[in-house]
Design a protein around this ligand. Structure first.
Ligand code: ZN
Ligand code: ZN
Length: 192
């Protein structure tokens, strides 16, 4: 099954290929929450986490608006957090290249809401400081999750598909140079 990802204003559109046994994460860490505040707080769910679905980067195909994609980081070696600058719809995060790195796509599609069908399994919760009881109940065995992730990652790397990404050029450069958020702004995002 494929899912259509369309930013709020429609300038940016992509197709997400489902059917891949991905891992879901509800991340409640302060960086993910800060990213939500920077872009769009409505992606925060339940106790304040964001629901990410890990998919190979090549399963996210940009149809339109690649030039609207922007990136930011909260520290020098930190994750790259992708969004579109037309309407600040957040997309997800990756490491700083496509090698051995999945796309943690934010499971919130402005047009259709959360997409549970293809991606509801293997949800684990991290950064649980602020997680409420209801979210704890949704957690599954994290070691099993981890093993599954490693196995899937291995298949993905052996196949060479990790070198195909909509967010990086063939030489490994990101399609948009990540902006490093100032410590002042980061403080504000985390503390207000
Ligand atoms: Zn937009
Ligand atoms: Zn996080």
């Amino acid at each position: 099954m494929t899912h259509r990802f369309k930013c709020r204003c429609g300038c940016f559109q992509a197709i997400v290929l489902g059917g891949y046994t991905s891992r879901g994460i509800i991340c409640c860490c302060s960086d993910c929450r800060a990213f939500a505040k920077y872009c769009d707080e409505s992606i925060l769910i339940d106790g304040g986490g964001i629901h990410l679905i890990e998919i190979p980067q090549n399963r996210f195909n940009i149809l339109k608006g690649k030039n609207r994609v922007r990136a930011l980081r909260f520290s020098d070696g930190g994750l790259i957090r992708w969004f579109c600058d037309c309407c600040y719809t957040p997309i997800g995060n990756t490491r700083d290249n496509s090698i051995f790195s999945m796309l943690s796509l934010i499971n919130f599609f402005p047009e259709t809401g959360f997409i549970e069908k293809d991606f509801r399994f293997f949800t684990s919760i991290i950064g649980r400081k602020s997680v409420n009881q209801e979210m704890k109940l949704r957690e599954q065995d994290s070691f099993v999750n981890w093993l599954g992730k490693m196995a899937r990652m291995l298949v993905y790397v052996i196949s060479g598909k990790d070198r195909v990404s909509p967010f990086f050029y063939a030489d490994g450069k990101p399609i948009s140079e990540p902006l490093i958020v100032s410590s002042e702004l980061l403080y504000l995002l985390k503390n207000t």
